[in-house]
Ligand binder design. Structure first.
Ligand code: C5P
Length: 222
């Protein structure tokens, strides 16, 4: 493999995608938000009332789901069967169910296969939960991000309310701990820190400092 792969994993709302985007921009790599793919699948399941317990229904749904990323000047759009769902997948009704849907083996297999294809030839930064452990165990650089829970909840709350969503701090805290619990205890590719990952706790770091630290790690591995 000639391309360079950077894997960024960690708990919900640790600021993974902010760092990943900044890094991709700086290095001119392609940024891929693997969580957005699980969110798009979840949105499809909600709209089509797919029963997560029904293996046949799940596999039929997966056959009918087509996800694309379309890079634009400012941000990358995510398309679910040609519809731009970039905004809707961030809403609470999707966040509330995404970890249940992401724990389904068939869903993970389908997404991991697609993610591996996306990283076949290009230099990429991919963020998620299992990128350095399952999707690209041989990634050239692995970052595991953490931040203390109250910092994470405040960040997510600010993000959602800025978009006009009516949520309480309590709902946000509950959603984050619910997802972290399911994500780290599921059977299939649970959220784990890869042994060879660099740990970045960004509770007290601004975006500039985080980028600097990650770029240092990149320079070491390059
Ligand atoms: O990254 P984000 O918070 O948008 O991810 C939403 C959810 O998607 C996570 O809580 C997790 O359940 C699931 N996910 C996953 N594996 C990934 C990325 C996300 O299971 N690689």
């Amino acid at each position: 493999r000639k391309n360079f792969i950077i894997a960024i994993d960690g708990f919900s709302s640790c600021g993974k995608s902010t760092v990943a985007k900044a890094l991709a921009k700086h290095l001119n790599f392609v940024f891929i938000d693997s969580g957005a793919m699980y969110r798009a699948v979840t949105l499809y399941f909600i709209r089509n009332q797919v029963d997560c317990e029904n293996a046949e229904a799940v596999s039929k749904a997966l056959e009918n789901i087509h996800i694309d990323f379309v890079p634009n000047a400012e941000k990358t759009q995510i398309l679910l069967n040609d519809e731009d769902v970039s905004e809707e997948i961030r809403m609470m009704h999707v966040s509330d169910l995404v970890s249940e849907v992401s724990a389904i083996k068939a869903v993970r297999h389908a997404m991991v296969t697609q993610q591996q294809k996306l990283g076949q030839r290009r230099n990429i930064v991919m963020d998620g939960r299992d990128i350095g452990t399952t999707v690209f165990p041989d990634a050239d650089l692995k970052i595991f991000m953490t931040a203390n829970p109250s910092v994470r909840a405040e960040r997510r709350f600010a993000e959602l309310t800025a978009k006009g969503e009516q949520v309480s701090m309590e709902d946000v805290v509950e959603n984050l701990s619910h997802r972290d619990h399911i994500d780290s205890t599921r059977e299939e590719s649970p959220l784990r820190q890869a042994k060879d990952a660099f740990v970045l706790d960004n509770s007290d770091l601004d975006q500039h400092e985080q980028l600097r630290i990650v770029l240092e790690q990149y320079a070491d591995k390059k």
